[in-house]
Every structure is written in C-alpha cells, then in structure tokens.
Ligand binder design. Structure first.
Ligand code: PLP
Length: 360
C-alpha cells in the first residue's frame, strides 16, 4: 500500500467556485489564475476542470506552454511578462499574452522581430509599488505599444494591495487612480483579484482575475469561505499510522519540549513539513481524526505530526483530514501564522493529487 497522504482535488468544487465568480461579476469575462501549479492543486486537473474560463493566467512561461500543449486554446496571460528576448519568440510561437510592466520589457519588444502580433496587458502601478508603470508614464508607453507592429491590442490592468481588508480605503484610492489614468481611453481593463470580485463591484470591468476563491479559500481576513459560498477544492487526507500511551510528564517529538500534562493517547499521522504541512503550526492546531477535531501536539516533523487522541475514538488506519471541506485551510493557516495561499502552494510534489469527480 502506498503512503496514505494525498491531496484529493474536487472538480465539482472548482466548477462551483467559478460559477460564484460569474454570479458575482456577471458582466465580466473571467481570467482564471492558475499560477504556481494551480495554487498547488495540480495544473492539469485545475485547467481541465475550469476549461470554460475565458482566459488563464500564470507567472512562468513554462507553465503557459504546458497549458497550451495540454489543449487550452483560450488566451493565456503571463503575469510577469517576459524576461529576455528569447522569451518573446516563445510568446509568439505559443500565442501567449504578456503583462508589460517595465521600460526594459518595452525596449525588448521594440527590438524584437515579431511576425505574429499578440495582445499585451499594460500594467499600471496605482499604489502597490511592486510591478507597473507610474500613472504619469501611461500615455507615452501606451502610444509606443500601439505603434509597435508586435502588438495587436493593448489592455490595461492594475493590482490591489489591500483588497483583503474591506475597511481599508486604499482599494477605492487605487480604483480612482486607475480611472483617472485611463480617462479618455477605451482600453479593455482588469483590476479585480478575488477580494475585488467579492468586495468591490466597482472594480469588475471587462475582465476579472480570480485566484484563491476558485480554490475555495476566503480572500478576506475577516470572513470565512463558507460565508462567501465557496467550496474547498483540496482535501488533504491521510491516516493514523501509530498510537501510543504516554504518561504525564513525558515529552513528545523533537526538542522534547512538548510535555504531556496528563496521561494521554498520542496519535501519529503521516504528513509533515516535507509534504507542505506548516512546520510553524502551533500546538492546538486542529486536525480531524475520524471526523473528530483533535489538537496537534509537539513539533511538526518532516514526515509526521502528532496529535492528542484523548477523548477521540480512533485506531491505526483511521482517516485524517489535515485541511479541506470539514476543516478550512484558512483556519489551519491562522494557527501557523500564514495564509491558505501559502499552505496550498507548499503542498510538496511527493503528495499525489487525486482528481475527484463526484458531485458536491
Ligand atoms: C495572483 C494574482 C491574482 C489572483 O489573486 P487572488 O488573491 O488569488 O484572487 C490576480 N492578479 C494578479 C496580478 C496576481 O498576481
């Protein structure tokens, strides 16, 4: 038998969440963000499940080429664009659409010999100070792009810094800055990530760019995914592989710094930081064993974690859920001082992704 740890990926949940995007932004086309191996869920399964999205977005050209070769015919956006002149030939060959965020990229494009023009996404920095041209640079850059034979259509985009916090006024300021910059133009636009889609309808425009909501985690710091009617896509499942009775005063795990305060039954579960379970998860992080919540105890090891089975009726072989539909990844992430995005992306290559086709 193979090691019991696996990530079950629910196709119906992906489709449900895409439908939530469509309901929330009914007049916008949808760019499904599938970067980082579909937020760790497995690019093939995710892109196949979301095959009626209007476009896809990734960060690396390799991922874009894989998508194209696996039969995706929709537009594919490169969120960081291209990095050197050779990339431009691949863009042309695979008909990919780059984000253009810097003068360096603009110059590479002007020096390239492109025979099949492609659409580009001109990125404006409206306050995040990460990628993009300053608003004052917009008009000359846009003109240079429109005059370039390599360019078919220019679209405009920006990215929000604080949309996960609905009380933060920065998102409204970014939208206003974008609108002022684009005034008097008729370019197709995209502003909204998941938080913008669910929290800022005025950011919807021509295209929306959902990522995390497609995978069923909440884009907001103060609301859970269930309250947004999102369904968890990944069920990270394992099994109990050993149990022990440990006496009060004895320690459990590396560092011997977790001490049992009562006699207790300790359970050992296959799954550790070598699989992507966060090493910083605190004692008390919930784990579901046989459908019952039990607390993590001791340090997370590379291949295993330990839990307190007191009051839980479970034997070796009992089913375990590390996160998923009955135990939100957002909740586990809080106990490890991170976000569900990172938990998903960190699921290691050695964990098999299993496509589940059942209805919800
Ligand atoms: C990752 C990313 C998204 C998706 O963001 P979510 O918060 O996951 O919805 C959208 N746009 C850009 C530019 C991104 O890099």
């Amino acid at each position: 038998m193979s090691r019991p740890l696996r990530a079950e990926i629910r196709v119906a949940a992906l489709r449900h969440n895409l439908q939530r995007v469509r309901e929330s932004a009914p007049s916008s086309r949808v760019i499904a963000v599938v970067k980082a191996n579909g937020y760790g869920h497995g690019m093939q399964i995710v892109s196949h499940a979301l095959n009626d999205a209007d476009a896809f977005a990734v960060a690396s050209i390799d991922e874009a080429i894989n998508l194209r070769e696996s039969g995706i015919h929709q537009p594919i956006l490169l969120l960081e664009g291209y990095f050197d002149a050779a990339d431009l030939l691949l863009l042309q060959a695979y008909s990919l659409q780059p984000v253009i965020h810097s003068t360096h990229q603009l110059e590479l494009l002007e020096q390239a010999k492109i025979t099949y023009p492609f659409d580009v996404w001109l990125k404006i920095d409206t306050g995040m100070n990460r990628l993009g041209f300053r608003p004052s640079e917009f008009t000359p850059v846009c003109t240079r792009l429109q005059e370039n034979d390599a360019v078919q259509n220019v679209h405009a985009m920006t990215h929000f810094a604080c949309a996960d916090d609905r009380s933060d006024s920065m998102t409204a300021k970014q939208i206003e800055c974008f609108d002022q910059t684009l005034a008097n133009t008729s370019l197709a636009c995209t502003l909204a990530n998941s938080a913008g889609i669910l929290g800022h309808p005025d950011s919807h425009r021509d295209w929306v760019r959902p990522g995390i909501m497609l995978y069923g985690a909440s884009p907001f710091m103060d609301a859970d995914a269930g309250s947004q009617n999102l369904c968890a896509v990944m069920n990270l499942k394992s099994e109990l592989i050993a149990t022990h009775d440990v006496a009060a005063g004895e320690s459990v795990g590396y560092g011997a710094d977790w001490i049992c305060d009562n006699d207790m039954r300790v359970g050992v579960i296959a799954g550790g930081y070598g699989d992507g379970y966060p090493r910083h998860a605190h004692a008390g992080t919930p784990v579901l064993v046989n459908g019952q919540r039990v607390p993590l105890i001791g340090r997370v090891s590379m291949d295993m974690i330990t839990v307190d089975l007191s009051g839980c009726d479970a034997e070796v072989g009992a089913p375990v859920l590390l996160w998923g539909d009955e135990l939100p990844a957002d909740e586990v992430a809080l106990h490890a001082e991170t976000i569900a995005y990172e938990l998903f992306c960190n699921v290691a290559p050695r964990v098999p992704r299993i496509e589940i086709k059942d209805e919800l």
